[in-house]
Design a protein around this ligand. Sequence first.
Ligand code: RRO
Length: 306
Amino acid sequence: MNLCGIELAHPIINASGTFDAIAARRAFGDALLARFPFAAFVSKTVTVEPRQGNPPPRLWELPAGMINSIGLPNKGLEGYLAYDLPELAQLPVPLIVNVMGFTREQVAKLVTAFGERDEVAGLELNVSCPNVETGLIMGADPAETAALVDAVRPLTTKPLIVKLTPNCTSPADVAAAAEAHGADAVSLVNTLRGMAFHPRRAGQPWLGGGTGGVSGPAVRAVALAQVAEVRARVGIPIVGMGGVQSGRHAYDLLQAGADVVAVGTESFRDPLAGARIAVELTEIPANSGISGADSRGCREVIAHKA
Ligand code: RRO
């Protein structure tokens, strides 16, 4: 199959920042390359300047998922090009680099730099991180998103995937703006803003960053609804994600209108979850009794409401 020009062996990829392929290669050696769990690898977010990330604690576990306040720690553009890119280029699958800037100029710099690299199959524009000090989320506003895509579209011929936030009034409006201004695909959902209090210090946030992003099974229903709403508005491919733990969950997102499914939080529990889910997915139509036609009804309901 094909995601806007990127060849994929199956429809399961990773959600940015949820699988450290460089650390996994150190732990599992070349066995990781022989059994790589995803059809493409999406890198953790890269910014122009190096970042330490947010103060600890950075994670809080929930009954059905977790809240992260990681805060984009990364080596910056130069460090990524020097150290991470050569290692990630050895993976046996296409590499999609996730980039984020605090201004359009920064995003343009990142897109230009990665657009020139043969190792990079495509770019994901992260306009949806909930964990930045400014609280600014470019992707919360259709006009901001349109202006960003306008600014960077001419800078590369590589596929541009815009990663949408669920923390806004209408992700479908933002998706439509991204498509109208030249995005090749959209991905959703990034995490939902959430917080947790310290168990022994009432009123004090647990996370060093104060608030964080909720992921895992807790957000699955939100992801399904938002993917269906976005599908009703755009024709470009959708990478759907949010709480996928099984082939059935992936299947549901595909029925809601996704073309490709990303696995995130589940990979922390099981690093081979992506491969397992890809296999489970192939088994579903044969043994579930669900036909595509039956479940496509959900898209029609959403399209009717939109
Ligand atoms: O690094 C993070 O804190 C982070 C990012 Br960039 C993102 O896009 N989503 C998220 O939940 N955490």
